[in-house]
Design a protein. Structure first.
Length: 272
């Protein structure tokens, strides 16, 4: 693999353990001002120092992140449809490679929709992006988006991840599922997981723990961090599981205990 690609990847997936905590704040590209991401600047700022990388669009990057920041950028470069559109899978490449270089992106991110109406188009997008990225030493993260009609099971996710890797993705993001180790086994590049819809803090930490145990190389997590009432503690707890191999109980004790939290609130967090 090209030196530049390896170097950029090592900024996202820490070489000490090969793992990474990517903070996802790209949701607005099709969802608009999602709850607790209405003002991205406010959401992002306190979390930045706890993340290994930040996944977002160029619009939010330019307007909501200081250009002096040294956080590695995972630039979402696919889109072109919204939740009001005819079909979410109808995506195109929305940002040029020149723009990605201008904003000093460490990685490019693009969604593929395997099994959906626009499968072919999104797979072509991925192949084209890998070709472009490789010209300049920029790795590509393939996001395996799951259409409403698809089951989020190991068979489907393994297929999507493998297709992404075969087309040249350097990193793949998918969802945790039963028999997740099969998804990882079938994918020759590192797999990271999305958090998905907001769960309780304990459930989201369990999800993180199980994914790492079953072979994930990290997380690309958004809502379960910034929609929590305790986003800083949440990202710290996720980090301690990903990088320090803490258990869920240990991560709750390390971070939520320090918080000036009412004891009944803490008990709820630990038991639910
Ligand atoms: C989809 O909207 C994006 O690719 C998100 O970045 C991804 O799903 C991760 O965010 P969350 O943990 O909120 O699912």
């Amino acid at each position: 693999m090209d030196w530049g690609i390896r170097n950029r990847l090592s900024r996202i997936m820490k070489p000490q353990d090969g793992k990474g905590v990517m903070l996802a704040v790209d949701h607005g590209y099709f969802l608009g001002p999602t709850e607790r991401l209405e003002d991205p600047k406010k959401t992002i700022k306190p979390l930045l120092k706890h993340a290994d990388s930040l996944m977002l669009t160029r619009g939010v990057l330019r307007t909501c992140v200081d250009s002096e920041s040294d956080i590695p950028i995972v630039l979402r470069v696919s889109g072109g449809t919204s939740i009001l559109g005819e079909d979410l899978s109808n995506e195109t490449i929305t940002t040029s490679i020149e723009e990605a270089i201008r904003v000093n992106a460490s990685c490019l991110a693009l969604s593929i929709f395997v099994g959906s109406k626009y499968e072919h188009q999104t797979l072509k997008n991925l192949s084209k992006l890998v070709d472009e990225g490789e010209k300049y030493g920029i790795p590509v993260l393939a996001v395996t988006a799951v259409g409403k009609e698809m089951a989020r099971d190991a068979r489907y996710l393994a297929l999507s991840c493998r297709v992404a890797a075969e087309l040249g993705a350097h990193l793949v993001k998918t969802y945790y599922c039963e028999n997740f180790e099969k998804v990882v086994e079938g994918c020759p590049v590192p797999v990271i997981i999305a958090g998905g819809k907001k769960l309780t803090e304990k459930e989201a930490l369990n999800l993180t723990f199980n994914a790492i145990r079953d072979g994930a190389s990290g997380v690309d997590m958004g809502r379960n961090i910034w929609q929590s009432d305790h986003p800083i503690e949440m990202i710290q707890a996720v980090r301690s599981i990903v990088h320090d191999r803490q258990t869920v109980e240990e991560s709750i004790n390390s971070f939520f205990m320090n918080k000036n939290m009412r004891s009944n609130e803490l008990e709820t967090l630990k038991t639910r």
